[in-house]
Design a binder for this molecule. Structure first.
Ligand code: NBP
Length: 483
């Protein structure tokens, strides 16, 4: 009996995804370069699969693996992103038949996905770039799945992926995002938003501790309380758990024994690079990415600590603790609204640039469950796009506009207090500046245009009449209309 689907690459993600698929009653063909991962999976979870009416069909060779799947074949590739993915695709392709579907479920860069899609299309194969969010736990119990590729491929693949995805209010957290690399593009921005979310949470913690004088355990209680309100989300809940954890070896708060250098695998950087190309100001994600870089520059940090005083100015800042905690909550929420508004702007710009017609409301819908950024808040984004599919910015929709208006005074107080206390809040501060930038009547961009015209004859437009102008700065200062 042939398998309905196949999966090669059985490390943490692939193994759990395979178990999830088998638990949904499918016969799934499984393969891994190092055979022991495949046999270990079957030994450990073959019984579990059978209990659910599913089964694993294991193969040592890629040939046998391919032959064990029903046509048109749908084959998930869940290996390390980059060269390993190309290596596996190159090995697979000669073994496939026209109409088969190769699915890259890893974290590929969307430009790699586009390249692979074009190459496979020329060979009569379908290629699907599929973003899977939710880490190990999500892969096993229901991830959020962002599927790119053709409609045809989605017809074959979609029902299985929708069944194994997380579900919120009866709606699966899986959708056909759009053609070619749309799924991986959206997954990339999702990860960028995750960077911003985590940075904002980290800044809140730093403020509550350094300025608010709360120990990690007490900050955990604050986060637990916040999780009851409109900030309710997976990451806020997890923050409370992490902050209340005590290190067994030292008896210290766990957060204090972890080295303060944040690493990154690259999706935040990719998001920022893409935003620069698209000309979309995603300041929240960019600051979050740079904050991780800064944390890793240990030599520079050491040099700076040696020259500048490390005594915190925080002690000199007087606050009313209860009011400050409320202010930080409001600042966190407003900054989060900005980070998401920017992320959705980037998806809209990417969709337009690539001709993808992505339904933004659906992205909020499928992020409500399974993924790392799952949050109550996404319901509001979904509703905003349902009310107005082509909206200019999330920031001005009634719900978010009210949230920002209600929080803006607190936001300013928090950023000002942080500056006085010497506590770095790059994401809070840049989000506030972004908001002020958008709402300002006149921006100093006028001066920048004037300077550009002066040194480079780059021309300018006027506020009082149509046309493009250049001033003869080195001459008699007369203005010439250029067109
Ligand atoms: P890894 O990213 O650690 O990759 C390990 C897998 O790649 C193993 O199955 C390994 O086979 C296989 N592999 C490599 Br490396 N080179 C290969 C080659 N040349 N030919 C064939 N197979 C090769 O696994 P992971 O952490 O499970 O992640 C899988 C994918 O999912 C990645 O793209 C990752 O970015 C993405 N992702 C991960 C998470 C997460 O939370 N970890 C979340 C979302 C997405 P071997 O066993 O023979 O060495």
């Amino acid at each position: 009996e042939l398998a309905t689907i196949g999966l090669t690459g059985l490390a943490v993600m692939g193994r759990n995804l395979a178990r999830n698929i088998a638990r949904h009653g499918h016969r799934i063909a499984v393969h891994n370069r190092t055979t022991s991962r495949m046999t270990d999976l079957i030994d450990a979870f073959g019984g579990e699969a059978e209990e659910h009416g599913g089964a694993f069909v294991g193969s040592e060779s890629l040939e046998d693996f391919v032959a064990s799947i029903e046509k048109p074949r749908a084959i998930l590739v869940m290996v390390k992103a980059g060269e390993p993915t190309d290596a596996v695709i190159d090995e697979l392709v000669p073994l496939l038949d026209e109409g088969d579907i190769v699915v890259d479920a890893g974290n590929a860069h969307f430009t790699d996905t586009r390249r692979r899609q074009q190459a496979l299309e020329e060979k009569g194969l379908h290629f699907v770039g599929m973003g899977v969010s939710g880490g190990e736990e999500g892969a096993l119990n229901g991830p959020s799945i962002m599927v790119g590729g053709s409609e045809h491929a989605y017809e074959r693949l979609g029902p299985i992926m929708e069944a194994i995805a997380a579900e919120v209010d009866g709606t699966p957290c899986c959708t056909h995002v759009g053609p070619d690399a749309a799924g991986h593009f959206v997954k990339m921005v999702h990860n960028g938003i995750e960077y911003a979310d985590m940075q904002l949470i980290a800044e809140s913690f730093d403020l509550l501790r350094s300025v608010g004088g709360l120990e990690p355990g007490a900050v955990a209680d604050v986060f637990r309380e916040w999780n009851e309100g409109d900030l309710e989300s997976f990451l806020i809940e997890m923050t409370a758990d992490v902050l209340s954890h005590t290190d067994a070896a030292t008896g210290q708060p766990f957060v204090d024994v972890v080295e303060d250098a944040a690493e990154q695998k690259g999706t935040g950087r990719w998001t920022v690079q893409s935003a620069l190309d698209l000309g979309v100001p995603i300041t929240g994600i960019a600051e979050a990415t740079f904050a991780r870089s800064l944390s890793g520059h240990t030599e520079q940090r050491e040099a700076a600590r040696a020259v500048f005083s490390t005594t915190s100015e925080a002690d000199t800042v007087e606050i009313d603790r209860e009011a400050f905690v409320d202010d930080v909550r409001a600042a966190l929420y407003a900054s989060k609204v900005v980070a998401y508004a920017q992320g959705f702007d980037q998806i809209a710009a990417g969709a337009e640039e690539n001709g993808w017609a992505i339904d933004l409301g659906s992205m909020a819908t499928i992020w409500r469950g399974g993924c790392i950024i799952r949050a109550q808040f996404l319901d509001r984004i979904k509703e905003a796009y349902a009310d107005e599919p082509d909206l200019t910015t999330l920031l001005t929709t009634p719900y978010f506009a009210d949230a920002v208006k209600d929080g803006v005074d607190a936001w300013r107080r928090v950023v000002a207090t942080a500056a006085r206390a010497g506590v770095p809040v790059p994401a809070f501060a840049s989000s506030l500046s972004y908001f002020d930038g958008l709402r300002r009547e006149r921006l100093p961009a006028a001066l920048i245009q004037a300077l550009r015209d002066n040194f480079g004859a780059h021309t300018y437009r006027r506020t009082d009449r149509e046309g493009t102008f250049h001033t003869l700065w080195a001459g008699d200062l007369t203005e010439k209309e250029m067109s």
